[in-house]
Design a protein around this ligand. Structure first.
Ligand code: RAM
Length: 335
């Protein structure tokens, strides 16, 4: 009798617990980032982990080693075959993944780009780190301050197909066109594809080709770290100034050594966390990704979905933060 009773109790427990867990436990998100080995995306994955702990979904994450579009397409195809419910992607090529993501959406998979957008026809929503014009403007203001408003500068970007890089560079050019920056000449834009070696070689190329170069803006965490390394190796600390978007953990030693006096970034953990919340809301049918909607993103509160000015929806996570020798120690162990 006791056996039967405990079996009954166990059955009641299973029947009550399983439906409660089933709701979010059945959701699987496939995360695609630009490349493996980039600590920026390792931090974003921490945000997905944190959200998974709160919401109970499971997620897979992967990226190509070479920052390629083809590599991302293969990963997406794998996720479609595995039957994920949502794909969250930071795209290497804004146009290059549209077709495979359209077929994902045709099969009912929700698609959210984060960090670096997919073209609008290939996604349900995109989540930017911050207002793009601000990101471009603060980097120009900072390099102008560092070089004293005069001289040649260059941009060391990631890849020419990356939407976030191109958008920020567009706003940098707009800013540089202002009268107050008339003394600054943008001599070239080079691309290191977010790969450490290639970015280092591109920085070396700038040093060799432009002996009067006064400053570099590198709006990529991989690019700025390689540029700092190269400037230091060439004994040019303080002679070629450097700013851009850098990860505190990668840049702390260069900031303390004076290679980079100031740089910017937002919190990549929050980016992953926010994107995860949006994916789950979409899979549950609580969010379409339309302008004027909003969603709850846990400790980040309510996130509004806005119009990008061209009728496409987007959301943002926060503001860029300036890192200098005064505050870098507070952040270098966080991300
Ligand atoms: C690199 C990537 C990423 C960008 C950051 C700032 O890690 O290019 O897309 O947002 O830098």
């Amino acid at each position: 009798m006791r056996k039967i009773l405990s079996l009954l109790v166990a059955l009641v427990l299973v029947l009550t617990i399983v439906p409660a867990m089933a709701e979010d436990d059945t959701i699987t998100i496939g995360v695609v980032y630009k490349q493996t080995g980039n600590p920026f995306f390792e931090a974003a994955v921490k945000g997905f982990e944190e959200a998974a702990g709160e919401l109970g979904f499971t997620f897979l994450h992967n990226g190509p080693a070479d920052s390629s579009n083809e590599g991302q397409i293969q990963i997406i195809e794998g996720y479609i075959q595995q039957g994920v419910d949502a794909i969250a992607i930071s795209a290497n090529d804004a146009a290059g993944v549209v077709s495979v993501l359209q077929s994902a959406m045709d099969q009912g998979i929700k698609v959210i780009s984060f960090d670096s957008a997919v073209n609008p026809e290939g996604r349900n929503l995109t989540i930017d780190p911050s207002i793009a014009s601000n990101i471009g403007r603060v980097e120009v203001e900072e390099i102008a301050k560092q070089i004293g408003g005069e001289g040649q500068i260059a941009i060391l970007s990631a890849a020419a197909t990356m939407d976030n890089q191109n958008t920020w560079i567009g706003y940098m050019k707009e800013e540089l066109a202002k009268e107050e920056y008339a003394g600054i000449e943008l001599v070239t834009i080079v691309y290191g594809d977010d790969l450490a070696d290639k970015s280092y070689q591109e920085m070396q190329g700038l040093i060799d080709s432009y002996p009067d170069l006064k400053g570099v803006i590198s709006p990529t965490t991989q690019g700025i770290a390689s540029a700092a390394n190269c400037i230091q190796d060439n004994g040019l600390t303080g002679k070629i100034k450097l700013t851009g978007l850098g990860l505190p953990s990668q840049m702390a030693e260069y900031i303390k050594a004076g290679v980079c006096e100031g740089m910017f970034l937002w919190n990549p953990i929050d980016m992953g966390y926010c994107t995860a919340y949006a994916c789950v809301a979409m899979v549950k049918g609580e969010l379409n990704g339309d302008i004027g909607e909003s969603f709850e993103a846990g400790r980040l509160g309510t996130i509004e979905i806005m119009d990008d000015g061209n009728g496409n929806s987007f959301a943002i996570v926060g503001d860029p933060f300036c890192f200098t020798a005064d505050n870098i120690d507070d952040w270098k162990d966080v991300y």
